[in-house]
Design a protein around this ligand. Structure first.
Ligand code: PLP
Length: 590
């Protein structure tokens, strides 16, 4: 596998926005991502390429990937590495730079992946690699494992991403005007910019004006609505890895939080624009960080990446401009609902063929099929559907059968998460019957994610509020004419038009109440509509025309340019807040 072995000569000096992310999903065959954050990064850059945006990006090579998931007969997860070799896959960026960390120099090489847009515009992505001759053997392994190792390893990686990334861009003669931190992992780029601003003088000499110069260049997207989700490190590790001068600067500029070095607070302190990833997430983040104005730009997905081939072909004949301008997806209203339904059915048949191949289970394309696939974490509550197993079975029998496909990885260190996968296996083993079929598919990744969101009838999401910052898999489903049945959290607060683009599981104070709403909607709203071919086809078309048109990264990136990258200072935060508060628990068109 190789990608553009001869890199085109790009005028890197004209790239105005540098996008930094610990993970980026660049290709289904490259293991440089773990889940939603990396998908968002990849989709953002694919939209940048399609819309000829003057961007470039920086990440790490992750030579051993995230992991491949193996599940045994009872759902016990084990993991294996996914090694890949950048030298036989990607062109070199021909630069070795050096970062001082852990009291020594670490040499970094970069590989270049070109994201090529529909009109040929290239967004180069530089993947930093510490496996360079001359480095200490321990240092050579620092860019191997995405989210692997302990906090020391993690802080080394974040140092490489932030400080190494800035060193690389300087050596490539890039002079971006904006540095976008996709999550706090990249926050140390601000310290790299401060060092550049001081031009060799110690950081303790930094003035408020120097800090302001850095702030004017930085924007930050936060993704995590729980304090525990924000990376933080002990001061001993901070000193050991970053050295005394940087550690002192971080302390003096007010970037410690609860006595720890907190990547989110560094990013907040040094950014002129901060945003959450959905309107409600902006509000939740504002409450977490009251001392900083927080805006919101709702996430999207890259339409051409997630639309099934049959839908792409259909849209190419009906609305060819959709690839550069996703607003033309509105033209789905010019396509007959029956055509939309038939096109969706192709995705359903492809998915079921894959299920057959992988599991030897036969799924019936005429039976209502739910999909539930996401990173396995307690707050995602895969178990809500099994809250009352007898009721679930009774519904399946009453409505003429029900099929459910699960998928998702637990982080290798997440013992509780792994238990949740076994729980789904156990439920499936007891509940599987002629009316109800439940299958858990192994190794949720880009390709399986695409097949699931293109092939099921309904996308199910049952997070505990307000922990779903945005969620993007339901957006992939919507593009493919798949309505969501979901808790009103994250993007769904904005995307749910009841009985039009899907259904809200109503807010309850207890799991009992939310499960009851889930069963109620499934039995009395979803199933009857599914039985009505014309009504269902109309809904599939609404999903594309209403939600596909908006929840895409072309729109999202355009908002980043107008609201964030291009404006030195933004709307007063109170304006943005007032606008976003109106979305709280109030689905549009409901
Ligand atoms: C889209 C995607 C995600 C993110 O989806 P969520 O809705 O945020 O859970 C995670 N993993 C894979 C493989 C995906 O394709």
């Amino acid at each position: 596998m190789s990608f553009s072995q001869t890199p085109a000569n790009l005028d890197l000096a004209s790239r105005t926005v540098a996008y930094f992310s610990m993970e980026i999903a660049l290709s289904p065959s490259l293991p440089t991502y773990s889940g939603g954050l990396g998908m968002l990064a990849g989709d953002t850059l694919r939209s940048a390429a399609d819309t000829a945006a003057p961007m470039l990006a920086v990440s790490l090579a992750h030579r051993r990937g995230y992991f491949r998931q193996h599940l045994d007969a009872v759902g016990q997860q084990t993991e294996s590495d996914v090694p890949w070799s950048p030298e036989t896959t990607l062109p070199s960026a021909n630069e070795v730079v050096s970062v001082s960390m852990q009291g020594r120099e670490v040499l970094l090489h970069a590989w270049r992946f070109d994201v090529i847009g529909v009109t040929g515009h290239i967004v180069p992505v530089f993947l930093l690699d510490s496996d360079v001759e001359g480095n200490d053997p321990w240092d050579r392994r620092l860019t191997d494992h995405l989210y692997g190792g302990d906090t020391y390893y993690r802080l080394c990686q974040e140092t490489i991403l932030g400080l190494g990334g800035i060193a690389l861009l300087r050596s490539l003669n890039c002079k971006p005007q904006v540095y976008h931190m996709n999550e706090g992992h990249a926050a140390l780029l601000t310290i790299g910019l401060l060092e550049a601003q001081l031009n060799g003088a110690p950081l303790r000499d930094a003035t408020d004006a120097d800090i302001e110069v850095v702030r004017r260049q930085c924007v930050f997207t936060t993704h995590t609505p729980v304090p525990a989700g924000h990376d933080q490190f002990g001061l001993d590790q901070m000193n050991q890895i970053l050295g005394h001068d940087r550690a002192t600067a971080i302390e003096r500029t007010g970037c410690l939080h609860n006595g720890l070095m907190n990547m989110t607070y560094i990013a907040l302190r040094f950014s002129r624009f901060v945003n959450g990833v959905a309107m409600q997430h902006g509000i939740v983040s504002q409450q977490m960080f009251p001392e900083y104005p927080v805006h919101a730009i709702t996430n999207g997905v890259h339409a051409a990446t997630w639309l099934s081939k049959p839908f792409q072909q259909l849209l190419d004949t009906q609305a060819p401009a959709w690839r550069t301008d996703n607003q033309y997806l509105r033209s789905a209203y010019g396509i007959a609902p029956a055509t939309i339904a038939a096109t969706h059915r192709e995705g359903k048949l492809r998915l079921f063929a894959e299920v057959q191949t992988r599991t030897a289970q036969t799924f019936d394309p005429n039976v209502l099929t739910l999909g539930f696939a996401r990173r396995v974490a307690t707050y995602k509550r895969a178990s809500l559907l099994f809250h009352d197993p007898a009721r679930l079975v009774a519904i399946a029998e009453k409505i003429g059968g029900l099929q459910i496909l699960f998928a998702g990885k637990a982080h290798p260190a997440d013992v509780a998460g792994k238990g949740l996968i076994r729980d789904v296996f156990a439920e499936a083993a007891t509940l599987n019957s002629s009316a109800l079929k439940i299958v858990y598919l192994e190794n949720y990744d880009w390709e399986l994610g695409a097949m699931l969101t293109q092939g099921v009838d309904v996308w199910l999401n049952t997070p505990r509020r307000p922990y779903e910052a945005s969620g993007t898999s339901g957006m992939k489903a919507a593009l493919n004419g798949v309505p969501s049945l979901s808790i009103l959290d994250g993007w769904w607060i904005e995307g749910c038009a009841e009985n039009t683009t899907g259904w809200a599981i109503e807010d309850g104070d207890t799991e009992d109440a939310e499960a009851a709403s889930l069963y109620q909607k499934l039995e009395h709203s979803v199933a009857p509509l599914y039985a009505d071919f014309a009504a269902w086809a109309a809904m599939q078309r609404h999903c594309i025309a209403i939600n596909g048109t908006f929840f895409n990264t072309h729109r999202m990136l355009a908002q980043y340019f107008t609201n964030s990258y291009e404006l030195p200072s933004i709307l007063p935060s109170s304006t943005a807040r007032a606008a976003s508060e109106s979305y709280l628990h109030q689905p549009v068109l409901a």
